[in-house]
Structure formats: structure tokens, C-alpha cells
Design a protein around this ligand. Structure first.
Ligand code: UTP
Length: 223
């Protein structure tokens, strides 16, 4: 299978050390034995912090986004270093480059592309562009809940959610730089039109990403 894995920057940089990068590198190498993999890495806390500094300078949201994108590319580079020779040694800046780099047989890792969306959207567009069979979105939650599980003990996780329902849920969310929660609207729109199987899993345990290839886990987004 051709698989796109998006990994939140807040997952990789939770502890600000090398361990999560290396744990992901191991799992990715394992998955790569049987599947063709593309990876998209998010910005996490450093992106939000830099965006905060730039916003305080009075810069536009697009400039803030651009700074966020730069940080996602640094994070992508770190994962590339952890993967050593298995990964293509440059970060694609657009989808065509990603496809070109993948022709070498190496794992392709990228960050953001252009302003006004998150790396979740990059993952969905990349999946559509390269004709992926599956998108695995590694986030910091187990999946989508009916209410905030940190506040409500009786919150229930959806094992499946339709793109229409998901669009309803996120419709009130902000679209400012560094503020995308759970999954952004652009990503959902792309999932809707491409109908590529997309699963959201808790990426704090990288093993969940491998599980998502063969077993039901997290929340499956359906049409
Ligand atoms: P992400 O949206 O991917 O990270 O990129 P995040 O949601 O803050 O956090 P994690 O990684 O899931 O923990 C960070 C910021 O970079 C900009 C946006 O401002 C985004 O909020 N960005 C990223 C873009 O503008 N375009 C892109 O293609 C990617």
C-alpha cells in the first residue's frame, strides 16, 4: 500500500529530545518493508511560539503561517536525520517534488507547503496527489470524542465519523496561524472529495500508527 502518515509536531517534540524521533524512525522503517511511505510533520510548540513572536510584530497571518511552515520543515528534517539513509535527503516544498523524490524508492518526509492550512491538509492533498491508499493522522488524542475527554469523564470516542459531520464539528474553529485543532477544514474537504481512507490515532505511542494499517483503532473518517 501507499501510505501517508502525518505526525503532529506536538507528538515529536513533547519532551524536546531525540527519543520520539528515533522511536518513529524505527516504526517507519518497519512499515516501509511492506509499504511505500510518505510522511508529513507538523509544527508543534516551537511553531506556535515563533508564530506568537511574529504576530506580536504586527505581521499578517500569512507571514505567521510562513514562519510556521519553516518550523514544520525543521521538524521534518529532524525526522529525516533519525531515519538516516532510508529517507530522501531533501524536504520537498510542494507535491510534485514529493512525488519526484519518492521515485528514488526512499521515504519522503515533508512539512508544510503554503499558508492558510495545517499539515493535516498537506497530508490529505499529498495523499490525493500521489494516489495513496491510506492516511494515518498521528495526533495527541485517541480520536474524536463527542465532548472534551479532559473535562468530561463520560466522553465517548467515535470509532467512525463522516466528513460532513466532521465539517459541522470544526465549522466554528479558528483558522488563524498556529490554531488548528484536531483536524482542519481544508483537510476534511480533501478527504471528502478524494474518499481516501483516513484514520486518526493517538501518536504518543508510535506503535498505534502500525496498528492502524491492519486493525480498527482511533477514529475512521468515512464519506
Ligand atoms: P501545523 O498546523 O501542522 O501544526 O503547523 P499544529 O497544528 O500547530 O500542531 P501539531 O504539529 O499538530 O502539534 C503549524 C503552523 O504552520 C502553518 C500554520 O500556521 C500552522 O498552524 N502552516 C503549516 C501553514 O500555514 N501551511 C502548511 O502547509 C503547514
Amino acid at each position: 500500500m501507499r501510505i501517508v502518515i502525518t505526525i503532529g509536531g506536538s507528538i515529536l517534540l513533547k519532551e524536546y529530545d531525540n527519543k520520539k524521533f528515533e522511536a518513529y524512525a524505527e516504526i517507519i522503517k518497519e512499515i516501509n518493508k511492506e509499504h511505500e511511505i510518505f510522511i508529513v510533520v507538523g509544527g508543534g510548540r516551537p511553531a506556535r511560539e515563533y508564530i506568537g513572536v511574529v504576530r506580536d510584530m504586527g505581521e499578517s497571518e500569512s507571514i505567521c503561517d510562513e514562519i510556521g511552515i519553516q518550523v514544520t520543515r525543521i521538524n521534518a528534517r529532524l525526522l529525516q536525520l533519525a531515519l538516516k539513509d532510508c529517507s530522501y535527503p531533501a524536504i520537498p516544498e510542494n507535491f510534485q517534488q514529493a512525488l519526484e523524490f519518492s521515485a528514488t524508492g526512499k521515504i519522503v518526509i515533508m512539512g508544510g507547503t503554503e499558508p492558510a492550512h495545517s499539515t493535516d491538509a498537506v497530508g490529505s492533498i499529498l495523499a490525493e496527489y500521489v494516489g495513496a491508499d491510506l492516511v494515518i493522522n498521528a495526533t495527541s488524542v485517541d480520536g474524536l470524542y463527542d465532548k472534551d475527554p479532559n473535562k468530561f469523564d463520560d466522553a465517548v470516542m467515535f470509532t467512525e465519523v463522516t466528513t460532513s459531520k466532521l465539517l459541522e464539528i470544526v465549522s466554528g474553529n479558528e483558522t488563524k496561524a498556529g490554531t488548528y485543532e484536531f483536524i482542519d477544514k481544508t483537510a476534511i474537504e480533501i478527504i471528502k472529495r478524494s474518499a481516501i481512507k483516513t484514520v486518526i490515532v493517538n501518536g504518543n505511542n508510535p506503535e498505534n500508527v502500525r496498528t492502524a494499517i491492519t486493525e480498527p483503532i482511533g477514529t475512521l473518517i468515512t464519506n
